[in-house]
Design a protein around this ligand. Structure first.
Ligand SMILES: Cc1cc2nc3c(=O)[nH]c(=O)nc-3n(C[C@H](O)[C@H](O)[C@H](O)COP(=O)(O)OP(=O)(O)OC[C@H]3O[C@@H](n4cnc5c(N)ncnc54)[C@H](O)[C@@H]3O)c2cc1C
Length: 260
């Protein structure tokens, strides 16, 4: 069921990333499971009888009055301007949208049964995929802090795409969690950048990551991947080569995927 909501803030993070917050018009809480994506709906600009609906991962915690989403501008392909993103990018605080938290995907929701003091809990994101994991670090403390180690690996193209507003929060997460490491992969670092060119798959094979996890093995690890199709597929392939298994309802496994 969709609820009427209003945009309450828009933060320009980079040229391609904006962080939006929303409130329901009846001031009710956003009820969902941490890690779940939600659906945002707006009328089609050329035909208001048609409704555009798209999935967005949630960075805020459940049962809050405000819902926070990261919106990333996908590239124009063959002169096709991404419809919903263009509309959202041009929207203003106070604009209406409809939001549904029901019936949407649960692939990034953590099953507490799979986390124990032997578990290496690994989250890999690109682009807006980070929002699910910000949500978990904010709202899944009791479950995550039982793991042996927690690693968040985030990939972006340029150093200035590292989500600056969260730098302070990343620091706070590091003191809150007993064994959290946050690593960035920057694929096109500018000259003079403190980062060397790397992809998320390089970071998973890096000494720093292997030292933190004590070796990345399927037997004691749970891997969550969220983001664009290419990096998600590359990380999955790498993990499957070392015996990780994609999770599905019919066949439990230790790779959980949400592909945009
Ligand atoms: C589970 C899930 C979670 C998601 N979470 C987020 C999130 O947190 N943040 C976020 O920003 N996005 C997220 N997305 C993506 C988001 O839902 C939209 O899919 C995305 O924003 C694109 O929608 P759009 O209407 O802007 O583009 P569309 O107009 O639907 O186009 C999408 C892409 O399809 C191609 N395309 C479509 N039509 C044509 C055409 N005629 N010619 C050529 N190419 C075409 C283009 O590559 C285009 O970039 C998520 C997606 C999923 C499935």
């Amino acid at each position: 069921m969709f609820k009427n909501a209003t945009i309450t803030s828009i933060q320009d993070v980079t040229d391609d990333l904006k962080i939006f917050t929303f409130k329901t018009d009846d001031n009710s809480d956003f009820v969902f499971s941490q890690g779940q994506f939600i659906l945002v709906a707006i009328p089609h600009p050329d035909d208001s009888s048609k409704i555009l609906r798209r999935a967005y991962s949630v960075a805020s915690t459940p049962n809050s009055k405000e819902c926070e989403l990261f919106i990333v501008k996908p590239e124009t392909v063959d002169n096709h301007k991404p419809l919903m993103t263009t509309l959202l990018f041009n929207s203003k605080v106070g604009d209406p949208v409809d939001i549904s938290t029901k019936g949407a995907g649960l692939d990034m929701v953590i099953d507490p049964e799979t986390i124990n003091p032997e578990t290496n809990f690994v989250m890999v994101s690109t682009g807006a995929g980070l929002s699910s994991f910000i949500g978990h670090l904010r709202g899944s403390f009791d479950v995550l802090n039982t793991a042996k180690s927690i690693t968040l690996i985030h990939g972006c193209r340029f150093e200035n795409e590292i989500p600056i507003p969260y730098n302070d929060e990343f620091e706070a997460f590091k003191s809150k969690y007993k064994n959290l490491k946050v690593l960035f992969a920057v694929s096109s670092p500018e000259e003079g950048s403190r980062f060397k060119k790397s992809y998320v798959t390089d970071v998973i094979q890096s000494e720093e990551f292997l030292k933190h996890t004590g070796g990345f093995q399927s037997v004691d690890s749970v891997l969550y991947i969220c983001g664009g199709p290419k990096p998600v597929s590359s990380v999955r392939k790498l993990a499957e080569e070392i015996n990780f298994v994609k999770h599905s309802n019919s066949k439990p496994g230790n790779i959980h995927i949400e592909k945009f």
